[in-house]
Design a protein around this ligand. Structure first.
Ligand code: HEC
Length: 142
C-alpha cells in the first residue's frame, strides 16, 4: 500500500507542475473597459512592427513586456507566473475576442489599477504603444 501512496503523490505533484506551466484559457478578465471612443480607435495599420517586437522583448520601460506576458504571449513570463491576476494571455482567442486594439492601447498607456500591469504613459510615446500593440496582435491575436 505504501508504494501506491508514493506513486499517487508523485502523480499529483507532477500534475500540479504541469498545470502551473499552462496559461489559463479562457482566462478570467475583469479589466476596466476603455472609453468607447478609445476602444474603437486603431492606429496599428501604420505602426512599426519591428519596433513593436523590440519593445515587447527588450526595450520597453520599466520592463520588457515579455518578462510578464512571456515570449509566446501566453502570460507565462518569468515574473508573470506569480502575479494574481495573471498577465493577459494574448494567445487565448476566447479571451482576446473582446479586446480591441484601442482597448489594449488604453491599458498599456494607463495601466490596470490593482494589478501588475503598470501605466506606460510616461515611459512610452503613443506611437511606441501602437507599435507594441501591433506586434502583439500580429503575433498572437487571431
Ligand atoms: C510586471 C508584469 C507586466 C509587465 C512588465 C507588462 N504587463 Fe501587461 N499585464 C500584466 C497583468 C498582470 C495584466 C492583467 C491585468 C488585468 O487583469 O486587468 C496585464 C494586461 C495587459 C493587457 C490586457 C488589457 C486588457 O484589456 O485585457 C495588455 C494589452 C498588456 N498587458 C500589454 C502589455 C505591454 C504592451 C507591455 C509592455 C510594454 C506589458 N503589458 C507589460 C502584467 C504585466
Amino acid at each position: 500500500m505504501k508504494r501506491y501512496g508514493i506513486i499517487l503523490t508523485t502523480a499529483i505533484i507532477s500534475l500540479a507542475f504541469a498545470a502551473s506551466s499552462w496559461a489559463a484559457c479562457p482566462q478570467p478578465r475583469k479589466t476596466k473597459a476603455a472609453p468607447s471612443n478609445m476602444a474603437s480607435k486603431d492606429m496599428t495599420a501604420k505602426a512599426n512592427l519591428a519596433n513593436g517586437k523590440k519593445l515587447y522583448n527588450k526595450s520597453a520601460k520599466p520592463l520588457a513586456c515579455k518578462m510578464c506576458h512571456g515570449d509566446k504571449g501566453d502570460g507565462m513570463g518569468k515574473l508573470g507566473k506569480a502575479l494574481k491576476p495573471n498577465p493577459r494571455n494574448f494567445a487565448c482567442a476566447e479571451t482576446m475576442k473582446d479586446v480591441s486594439a484601442g482597448q489594449m492601447f488604453w491599458i498599456v498607456k494607463n495601466g490596470s489599477p490593482g494589478t501588475g500591469m503598470a501605466a506606460h504613459g510616461k515611459t512610452l510615446k503613443d506611437k511606441e504603444i501602437w507599435d507594441v500593440v501591433k506586434y502583439i496582435r500580429e503575433s498572437w491575436v487571431h
